[in-house]
Design a protein around this ligand. Structure first.
Ligand SMILES: [Zn+2]
Length: 385
């Protein structure tokens, strides 16, 4: 990974580059950033830059022996540590057991999150348990670091999501950070530093990475993919600064379908309380992928909120196409201050349950029954009461 492949973050990249060029690299660092930010990509590009043998003053060369191995994340002096699952009969799992899958996924999308990683094993992990960085991982690392370097001047340990360490692992890591082996650099990459032991945290130099801007995401998507600017804008509207999410959505073919017709018929079915039609509708909806469910719910939430805006002013210009505009101008009186909070909460709850792999058909059915009730809440009647 080269620095130039990472959008934005100019100040941070310059700061890291100059720390290497001026020989002032701290041996224990933490890259802290939200979901889908550049934190892991930056840690990898930094490690590659440290060891590039023909670096220039802005970036790694990308072609030297060290860079070639870094490009595939297979450098023998690069240690990759991440949460792992107790699956497939492995009693004491460590990152090395899962390294091939991890590398493959990271090279495709270095902006992903822990949920994406565990999803790779959804077939083997039917109970949906979460992974950890176990104590035996730290023991394994300790014994590896006791050996000599293979070929580069600096060894780099990249630990992704250290907040998922067992307490005993943290204590062992702390010992390594207190007495670091010669020319070994620890780069921790985290989303939540509050879950790290304060003793570990106090040993780390912290670099905070902000979320990508919409412009960053658009640039990245358009450089890597042959899609129209309009499609890129659709992706951005669902991504909320999370590049990993944008890359996942890119694979969803029905993302670009208009969700309008489906939303319109859903609202009609809910309002007419037609249970037979509802059963057909939920069955059709449940056939679609999980990501599509989230996108549809997100779209519905936006439409519902637009109704409320129209309640206050019908003159308001909203970012809607003609069909959406026509429908919402008729539908908006049914969404008002007496039901908007409940409706929004129900949709958001449904989104969270979908992410937790709950049964889509049941979730949409229950949500629709709630919607039937909530759409009947009469604004004026409630006010008189
Ligand atoms: Zn190089």
């Amino acid at each position: 990974m080269l620095f130039k492949e990472i959008e934005g973050n100019k100040g941070i990249k310059n700061q890291l580059i100059s720390s290497v060029l001026n020989n002032r690299v701290s041996h224990s660092q933490l890259f802290l950033g939200g979901k889908g930010s550049a934190k892991l990509a930056i840690a990898i590009a930094f490690a590659q830059f440290i060891n590039c043998t023909t670096k220039n003053e802005n970036d790694s060369c990308g072609n030297c022996d060290s860079c070639v191995k870094y490009n595939s994340l297979t450098h023998p002096d690069l240690y990759l540590i991440f949460p792992v699952l107790t699956i497939n009969g492995i009693k004491k799992p460590i990152s090395d057991n899962f390294i091939f899958q991890w590398r493959e996924e990271i090279l495709k999308n270095p902006y992903w999150n822990l949920h994406d990683w565990f999803n790779v094993f959804s077939e083997d992990n039917k109970t949906g348990k979460n992974g950890l960085i176990y104590t035996h991982e730290a023991e394994n690392l300790q014994s590896k670091l006791a050996l000599k370097h293979y070929e580069s001047e600096y060894r780099v340990v990249i630990m992704w999501m250290p907040e998922n360490m067992q307490a005993k692992t943290s204590n062992k890591l702390l010992k390594l950070l207190e007495e670091p082996p010669n020319k070994t650099i620890f780069l921790l990459v985290s989303e939540n530093s509050e879950q790290l032991l304060s003793t570990v945290l106090s040993r780390l130099q912290i670099t905070k990475i902000t979320n990508f801007s919409d412009e960053n995401i658009k640039n990245y998507i358009l450089k890597q993919n042959n899609i129209s600017s309009k499609k890129a804008n659709t992706l951005i509207s669902y991504s909320e600064g999370d590049l990993g999410k944008a890359l996942r959505l890119l694979e969803e073919e029905d993302l670009y379908d208009s969700h309008f017709e489906e939303f319109q018929s859903w609202m009609r079915i809910c309002y007419s309380a037609n249970i037979k039609e509802l059963t057909n509708w939920t069955a059709q909806r449940a056939k679609k992928g999980r990501q599509s469910q989230s996108v549809f719910l997100n779209y519905s939430l936006k439409m519902i909120r637009n109704c409320l805006i129209l309640n206050f002013s019908t003159q308001e210009t909203l970012n809607l196409d003609e069909k959406e505009n026509d429908f919402l101008r008729k539908f908006h009186p049914f969404i008002h201050e007496k039901n908007i909070v409940n409706i929004s909460e129900k949709i958001e709850e449904c989104s969270r349950n979908i992410e937790r792999n709950a049964n889509t058909k049941i979730i949409f059915y229950e949500l629709s029954l709630q919607m039937m009730k909530l759409l009947k809440v009469n604004r004026k009647f409630v006010e008189i009461k």
